[in-house]
Design a protein around this ligand. Structure first.
Ligand SMILES: O=C(CO)[C@H](O)[C@H](O)COP(=O)(O)O
Length: 320
C-alpha cells in the first residue's frame, strides 16, 4: 500500500490551525478539534440541525460506519449520492489516528471530491482490487436486500466497488425500504449503455416489456436527458443512461431481469444490485435506524452516538 499523505491528513484532520472541512457541506467549517494524542478529547460534537429526511440519512450513515468501519479496515470504498457525504463525515470524525493509514476508493466524480475535500487519502480500484468495506446509497431496496442504483448515473463504478468489497453496505433513509423494487422508485432501472448503441438497446428493452408510458401518464422507457444541458446525461465513463421501468411481475424477480438486460449487446452495466449487500441501514424520522441484514435479521438501533466510539478508543490508546 502506498504511504498515505500524512501531512495532508494532519492538516485536515488533526491540526488546530487547519479546521476540518465538513464533507456534507464544504462551506460549513466546524470548530477545530485538536486530535493530537495526549490532548483532551471532546466529549460531544454539535451536529448541524437538519430537515427530517436529511437527518434520517445522516443517522443511517453514522450507524453503518460505526458498525462496519473499524481500525482493521484500511481500504474503503465510498459510494455516490446525497447520503454518502454523511458516511465521509463519520469516517473523518473517527479521527486522525484511525484514518492516517487508510485509503479511500471513489465510485465517481462526486465521491472523489468528497474524499479529497475531507483530506483523506485517495486511491483507485485498479490499485486496490480488493476493498475491505464499501458503503453506498441506494434508490430502493427490496425484501432480499436487492437494490436499484444509478439515480446518480454511477452504477458501473458502484457495482465494481460493491463486487470488489469484502463487505458491501447500503445506507438510505426510510423511504427506500421496500418489498418489491419499483414500488417507490418508479422511473425505472438505470442502465448504462455505450452511447452509439442506445437506440438499439431502447428497442430491445421495449420488446422485453418496458413500457414507453407509465399508468399515471408519466414517461416510461427513456434515454436520460441532462438538466441545464442540452442532450443526454453522459456518465463518468462517457456512456449514456437509459431508465427502463418494468411491470411489477417482472420486478419481483430482479435476478432474472438483471441477467436478461445485461445480455443485451451495448449494455455496460445495469442498476440492479442483487445478492450483494451484507446489510442495509435505513434512518427513520424518529431518530432510530432500522438495520436489515442479509441473513434476514432485523435490528432497531435506538441511539446513534454523536461522536464515534472508535475515536475515543484509538486516541485513548495513543495517549502518551
Ligand atoms: O446509485 C446512486 C448513484 O448512482 C446513489 O447511491 C443513489 O441514487 C442514492 O442516492 P441518495 O443517497 O441521494 O438517495
Amino acid at each position: 500500500m502506498p504511504a498515505p499523505t500524512v501531512d495532508l491528513l494532519k492538516n485536515k484532520l488533526g491540526s488546530s490551525d487547519a479546521p476540518s472541512i465538513s464533507a456534507t457541506n464544504p462551506a460549513f467549517i466546524p470548530p477545530s478539534q485538536p486530535l493530537t494524542p495526549g490532548k483532551q478529547l471532546p466529549t460531544s460534537v454539535e451536529l448541524p440541525v437538519l430537515p427530517a429526511v436529511e437527518s434520517a440519512k445522516r443517522l443511517a450513515a453514522f450507524a453503518a460506519v460505526d458498525r462496519h468501519i473499524g481500525l482493521q479496515h484500511k481500504v474503503i470504498g465510498i459510494g455516490s449520492g446525497s447520503t454518502v457525504p454523511y458516511v465521509v463525515d463519520r469516517i473523518v470524525a473517527q479521527g486522525f489516528q484511525a484514518n492516517k493509514d487508510r485509503v479511500f476508493i471513489p465510485t465517481g466524480f462526486q465521491s472523489k471530491e468528497l474524499i479529497i475535500k475531507a483530506g483523506l487519502t485517495l486511491g483507485d480500484v485498479d490499485q486496490y482490487a480488493t476493498i475491505d468495506v464499501t458503503i453506498d446509497g441506494a434508490d430502493e431496496v427490496d425484501n432480499e436486500l436487492n437494490s436499484i442504483k444509478g439515480g446518480g448515473a454511477c452504477q458501473l463504478r458502484e457495482k465494481v466497488l460493491a463486487e470488489a468489497a469484502e463487505t458491501w453496505i447500503i445506507v438510505a433513509d426510510y423511504r427506500k425500504n421496500s418489498h418489491i423494487l419499483g414500488t417507490t422508485w418508479k422511473q425505472g432501472i438505470p442502465i448504462e449503455v455505450a452511447s452509439f448503441a442506445y437506440a438499439k438497446v431502447l428497442t430491445n428493452l421495449s420488446h422485453m416489456g418496458s413500457p414507453s408510458q407509465l399508468p399515471d401518464g408519466k414517461p416510461g422507457l427513456t434515454l436520460r436527458m441532462g438538466k441545464m444541458k442540452a442532450g443526454p446525461v453522459v456518465s463518468d465513463n462517457g456512456n449514456f443512461i437509459i431508465d427502463a421501468p418494468f411491470p411489477e411481475d417482472m420486478m419481483k424477480d430482479p435476478v432474472d431481469l438483471l441477467h436478461r438486460i445485461k445480455m443485451l449487446t451495448g449494455v455496460v452495466e445495469v442498476g440492479l444490485f442483487c445478492g450483494m449487500a451484507k446489510a442495509a441501514y435505513f434512518g427513520n424520522e424518529d431518530g432510530t435506524v432500522l438495520a436489515r441484514l442479509s441473513d434476514g435479521g432485523v435490528e432497531k438501533i435506538t441511539e446513534v452516538p454523536k461522536t464515534p466510539e472508535l475515536k475515543a478508543q484509538v486516541e485513548e490508546s495513543n495517549v502518551e
